[in-house]
Design a protein around this ligand. Structure first.
Ligand code: GLN
Length: 313
């Protein structure tokens, strides 16, 4: 499909501003995540959206330049890195099926002998964090450098307050990691794996930076701005497939049904949706629904996708 197949829009900035004005009239439903206490400090009425297109332009509205905690959006970057390090071996340690369970569920993991259903639920993301921690001598730095390269922005940082809060309240993630270690599916020491995972969740980025950084997934693995091949075409296909079936956790089916784009959410209230051959939409609103997805960010992406005819189906 070529870019010309999408509905043209004369002024994307204006269209985004209009969408935000409409969204601000809606009642705020949902609740800002507080199981990681630092996340509850964020104002619930923050609202932003950005669209990066393959020609390198970024349109935005609202709080699109304000950094927030990317949380599980980070799983997309870590997965891309781990796929390159482990190749097909990776898929013996983590599967590619939807879980049908909440993102931090532990029940399935014991029945399935420590092999997580997919790399974007927490258990799977911990296996991915283990791949990075076992391979790199300074995996957190390598991870941050990867994101800085994708955004061409050296100022992207890890929020130390969010990190400390994640670490203090990370018992469930520790339980997942130790359970997998007991099955032989974690190679490094668990504290090292958790350190990698909590740091990557604590990266702060804005909608504009997020949209820019996911462009390689809309362009078969190649960064359309720098021309750099970030991952193979096959791996870009696979990441998008996983985002489609599992990126919105137990609401991935509904998201495919109503929006029709590969997408990833995070409990910081961000959602990033990939539009192959067009670009990337990133939206942010902190209150979450019961699935852990931002209610208003989902609404914004759905409305824009409908307006522009972006569904991949
Ligand atoms: N750091 C969060 C956790 O481990 C990430 C979860 C998410 O964004 N869905 O629970």
């Amino acid at each position: 499909m070529q870019q010309a197949d999408f509905c043209p829009i004369v002024d994307l900035n204006q269209a985004l501003a209009d969408l935000l004005t409409q969204a601000r009239q809606m009642p705020i439903s949902g609740k800002v995540a507080d199981y990681i206490p630092a996340l509850s400090q964020v104002a619930p009425n923050r609202l932003g959206i950005a669209v990066a297109t393959l020609d390198g332009k970024v349109a935005s509205a609202g709080d699109a330049a304000v950094p927030f905690s990317i949380q599980s959006l980070s799983k997309t970057y870590a997965l891309t890195m781990a796929m390159q390090l482990q190749g097909d071996e990776l898929w013996h340690r983590v599967r590619m099926e939807p879980s049908g369970q909440p993102f931090n569920s532990i029940v399935q993991l014991e029945w399935e002998q420590g092999i997580p259903r997919n790399p974007v639920i927490n258990a799977g993301a911990l296996v991915i964090a283990d791949v990075l921690a076992s391979h790199y001598s300074a995996s957190i730095n390598s991870f941050l450098m990867f994101i800085r390269r994708l955004t061409d922005c050296q100022s992207i940082y890890i929020d130390p307050k969010v990190y400390a809060s994640e670490q203090q309240h990370g018992s469930r993630n520790a339980a997942l990691a130790y359970l997998m270690k007991s099955f032989g599916n974690i190679q490094s020491e668990v504290p090292l794996v958790l350190e990698q995972y909590f740091h990557q969740c604590s990266v702060a980025m804005s909608c504009e930076q997020l949209a820019r950084s996911f462009l390689y997934l809309a362009n078969r693995g190649q960064d359309p701005v720098s021309g750099e091949q970030i991952c193979s075409r096959k791996d870009a296909h696979r990441v998008n497939a996983i985002l489609t079936t599992s990126g919105m956790y137990d609401q991935s089916g509904e998201f495919a049904f109503t929006v029709g784009l590969p997408a990833k959410s995070g409990v910081g209230g961000g959602i990033v949706a990939v539009v192959p051959n067009y670009g990337v939409i990133a939206a942010w609103s902190p209150p979450l629904n019961s699935f852990g997805n931002s209610q208003l960010a989902m609404h914004l992406i759905r409305a824009l996708a409908e307006q522009l005819g972006l569904s991949v189906y």
